[in-house]
Design a protein around this ligand. Structure first.
Ligand code: ATP
Length: 381
């Protein structure tokens, strides 16, 4: 196993903006690293440069202590697990796992020992004689990983392995990959555009936008302390709401009324003019379920209500004022996202009785509000 180090990596195809622009990421030995971002952000290109399927325009790529920029893919000892698992349908599970060893000319005794060890780890013993066509998606995934394990690869690389699966299977496979990666303790780099996969699988997550690294942090840090507007909007579902705000003393003036900020947050936002307040849907609630909880309340007409059992999404129409509307539209485009400048989403508790059309009293937890500089996008809080 090995660490993977990217130092100031650039990939320039032609004359346009670089597909990967000065990205530096250290992946520790045994770490599960996610590369995430919207379509075209450069995550697949970065992965392909790690494996050696794409030339590096500038910067250094290291596996362990070795610089691998000029090393052929087969000499990098990495195992790529592809989206469709690339299993051979006419070969048994045993032979599929054995395949890289046969290719390398290993003796039968060594092949047998390694295949059996891998199949025991992956709980595939009873399936060794079956063909891939007779396996579940999860079992196929394990066979593909088995093939990587027998090679004693230094790292696993996954490129959107679950994107063709339906939601239920995707959930199961996610757990499976997480369990196996923890058990094997192997360095893993995993590309996805799905923020749920990013949040649930990664020890750390690198968020990319147009070739630039936006933030590299644990899932919890990304969620609780997003570095900029893009990360704040990308991580979390439904996404964070953004509203214009001005801060005077410890009071933030928001379109629906004033809220009291914690002094440290207010202080960090002091001296700025118009800001964007970032309020996650779950910082709101039905005021009647939060009596005595502190925080502020306001009245709003709820247009649509979606009851999900454990929570209720209330959609509140809202027209962003002109001074921030263009910024929010740009953010929506960057995120391929929902219409943030025309509605607020509040995630109320599931036992709220608020109905569509109600003029409701909504509670907001001001202690967690983020404040962003609308020009730079930086999170000031
Ligand atoms: P997706 O999720 O859609 O696969 P991605 O984040 O993985 O996107 P990349 O495939 O890495 O993005 O592409 C990054 C940028 O580089 C895009 O603008 C893409 O059009 C461009 N690009 C990728 N491969 C090539 C190529 N072979 N020649 C020219 N441009 C390319």
């Amino acid at each position: 196993m090995a660490s993977i180090t990217m130092k100031n990596i650039v990939k320039q195809y032609g004359d346009g903006f670089p597909a990967v622009n000065d990205v530096s990421i250290d992946i520790a030995d045994g770490e599960f690293m996610i590369l995430v971002g919207p379509s075209g952000c450069g995550k697949s290109t970065l992965l392909r440069m790690i494996v050696g399927l794409e030339d590096i325009s500038s910067g250094d790529m290291l596996i362990g202590d070795q610089r691998v920029n000029d090393l052929a893919p087969r000499d990098r000892n990495l195992a790529m697990v592809f989206q469709n698992y690339a299993l051979y349908p006419h070969l048994t599970v045993y032979e599929n796992i054995a395949f890289p060893l046969r290719l390398a000319g290993a003796p039968d005794s060594e092949i047998d020992q390694k295949v059996r060890a891998a199949s025991a780890t992956l709980e595939l013993d009873e399936h060794l004689d079956r063909k891939p066509g007779n396996l579940s998606g999860g079992q196929r995934q394990r066979v593909a990983m088995g093939r990587a394990i027998v090679r004693d690869a230094d790292a696993f690389l996954f490129d959107e392995p679950l994107s063709n699966l339906d939601a239920k299977l995707r959930g199961q496979m996610r757990t499976e990959i997480s369990r196996l990666q923890k058990r094997l303790g192997i360095t893993t780099v995993y590309v996805t555009h799905d923020q749920t996969e990013a949040m649930t699988l990664g020890d750390r997550v690198a968020v990319l936008k147009r070739g630039l690294l936006q933030q590299l942090a644990t899932p919890r840090e990304l969620y609780e302390n997003p570095g900029n507007l893009f990360v704040a909007g990308f991580i979390g579902s439904p996404p964070m709401n953004f509203l214009p705000a001005t801060v005077e003393g410890t009071t933030a003036k928001l379109p629906f009324g004033n809220v009291e900020l914690p002094p440290d947050r207010a202080e960090r936002a002091a001296g700025h003019g118009l800001l964007l307040a970032g309020i996650r849907p779950e910082y709101f609630d039905d005021a009647s379920t939060r009596e005595g909880a502190g925080g502020s309340t306001f009245h709003a007409t709820v247009e649509v209500v979606e009851w999900l059992g454990h929570e209720t999404y209330a959609y509140i129409p809202y027209d962003a004022p002109p001074e921030v509307a263009e910024q929010l539209r740009q953010l929506e485009r960057d995120l391929d996202g929902e219409a943030m400048h025309t509605q607020l989403v509040a995630a109320l508790s599931g036992n709220s009785r608020i109905k569509a059309g109600d003029q409701a009293e909504i509670w907001v937890d001001a202690s967690k509000i983020h404040l962003f500089d609308p020009e730079t996008g930086r999170n000031l809080t």
